[in-house]
Design a protein around this ligand. Structure first.
Ligand code: ZN
Length: 246
């Protein structure tokens, strides 16, 4: 089988085009050249949309071959040619129906610190909860909010925050920020950057943390109850979602 090579050999190529149109032509020429090479080698490569990484830029592709011993994940659509590295794949996530907004209501949740536990305890589906994850982005404490049934894609988060280094905040850093791990939410938070996945903009009446131990809040609604500095797609795309190409 073929796996991602451990020795990283890099080749740079600059096109010196004078505009984006020319760049697109050059880019496609290179793409064709590689596809021809792979075809002649008998390798059935897939052209996969990829994250550009630290170098940045608009378009980036990887050539991949599916194998059981592979080390990367790609998301593909069975109905069209959409194919993207899981790091990059756009998440369309299930949209939730609108509901009449109910008033905030505090509820005791003794010992409950996970979305799974919260969902079981209050008998609400995970997609009716809000999950909060704490990060340190280039020294800055940041709160990321996402619907409870979806995972955060840290590559997308890093790109959205335009930071060089991103890591999970540790227990001390969370405490210092005045937040409670397991019962946190953006409600009432100020002076901390809050970034959210666009999943929180569909549906209503979410269960969120109350920012005090063993307590959650029912019927949290954006933008009625909390502020977000930046809303974008920071979700891991999942199998079964609608194709981003519609
Ligand atoms: Zn498709």
């Amino acid at each position: 089988g073929l796996i991602r090579v451990r020795e990283f050999i890099m080749k740079d190529l600059y096109s010196f085009d004078i505009d984006e149109e020319g760049l697109d032509i050059s880019y496609n020429k290179m793409l064709n050249a590689y596809q021809n090479i792979y075809a002649r080698c008998g390798l059935p490569v897939l052209l996969v949309e990829a994250d550009s990484g630290a170098i940045g830029g608009k378009d980036s592709h990887e050539f991949m071959i599916t194998t059981d011993t592979g080390e990367d994940e790609m998301i593909h659509c069975p109905n069209c040619d959409y194919l993207a590295n899981a790091e990059k794949a756009q998440s369309t996530k299930e949209k939730l129906p609108d509901e009449e907004l109910l008033p905030l209501e505090e509820v005791a949740t003794p010992g409950i610190t996970t979305i799974g536990g919260l969902s079981d305890f209050l008998k609400v589906p995970q997609n009716k909860t809000l999950k909060v994850v704490f990060y340190i982005a280039d020294e800055e404490f940041v709160i990321a909010v996402i619907r409870g049934d979806i995972e955060i894609n840290e590559v997308k988060l890093k790109n959205a925050l335009h930071c060089v280094e991103l890591r999970l905040a540790n227990e001390d850093e969370v405490k210092k920020a005045g937040l409670v791990a397991g019962s946190a939410s953006p409600i009432g938070v100020s002076g901390i950057k809050v970034i959210a996945d666009d999943s929180i903009t569909s549906g209503a009446n979410f269960v969120a943390g109350a920012n005090k131990p063993d307590t959650h809040i029912k019927n949290a609604n954006y933008p009625r109850d909390f502020k977000i500095d930046l809303i974008t797609d920071i979700a891991k795309a999942k199998a079964g979602e609608e194709c981003p190409r519609g």
